[in-house]
Structure formats: C-alpha cells, structure tokens
Write a protein that binds this ligand. Structure first.
Ligand SMILES: [Cu+2]
Length: 153
C-alpha cells in the first residue's frame, strides 16, 4: 500500500511537471498565435500607422471609431520604436482588465511592447471591452505629441 501511494505521488509530480511544461510552451507560442487567436474573430480589423519624423509623432489616423470586438493593428511605419500605451484615467471604469487581456506582451498595465523592427505590427483585441473613449499615446514619443483616441461603440 505504501508503495502504491509513493508511486501515485510520483505520478502526480510527473503530471504536474508535464502540465507546467505544456503551459510554458503555449505561452511561448502565444505571441505568434495572438493575432489569429484574438477573440474578436467576429469583429472588423482596423489599421493605424505609427510615424515619427524627428519632430512630431503621430498615430494615423489619430482618431478611430470601432465596435467592441474589433481588432486594431498598429504598424511601426517610420521613426520607431513606438508603442501603444493607454492612460488609465482616460478609459471607462472597469475597462482595464478586458483591455489588458487584449494586449499581448504588455510591458505593464495598459502598456504595449516597444515595436523596434520596421513594419512590426502590434495587434490589440477590443473583445469584451466596454464602450467609451480610450486615449492612447506612444511612450517614446509622448513629448512629441504622439497621441491617439479610440472610441469604442
Ligand atoms: Cu512613437
């Protein structure tokens, strides 16, 4: 009986270790899978360019109206690195968790990763994101007025 129990706990350890390994592999695969796996398959896709000419940074278009469930792809066009950051106090109450869930590879709450490579794309899913106004900026170019606004209907 003792031997069986020892075996069972060893098995449990193995299963736990195995499960952990699989989870890690899934997490590593997530960045590539994220755009296709975005839970907003029913929504439309919008594209926003990110530009910086040395004097002024810009999201193009700077203002966008979308529906909850849509996807927005941000393209590092010129003058990167760029990123997408939302002002926590500019978004609707209770929206942060849903928005964070739609932002892969965040470097912090409501803060997307730096896009260093030319033409790199960062996709944000607005699935389950409540209606309202979402003001955003680019962290490296905040001082260069690189601001944007997304209105979710
Ligand atoms: Cu920028």
């Amino acid at each position: 009986m003792k031997r069986i129990m020892a075996c069972a706990s060893a098995m449990a350890l193995l299963v736990a270790a195995c499960g952990g390994g699989e989870k890690k592999a899934e997490q590593q695969a997530a960045p590539e899978a994220a755009p296709a796996a975005a839970p907003a398959a029913t929504g439309a896709t919008h594209d926003v360019d990110m530009d910086f000419d040395g004097k002024v940074g810009a999201f193009v278009p700077a203002e966008l109206t979308i529906k909850s469930g849509d996807v927005v792809r941000f393209h590092n066009k010129t003058g990167g690195p760029h990123n997408v950051d939302f002002w926590a106090d500019s978004i609707p109450a209770g929206a942060q968790a849903a928005l964070d869930a739609g932002m892969p590879d965040r470097i912090g709450p409501l803060s997307g990763p730096m896009l260093v490579e030319p033409n790199a794309v960062y996709t944000i899913s607005f699935a389950n994101v409540p209606p309202g106004v979402y003001k955003l900026y680019c962290l490296p170019h905040l001082a260069f007025k690189m601001h944007g606004k997304i209105t979710v209907q």
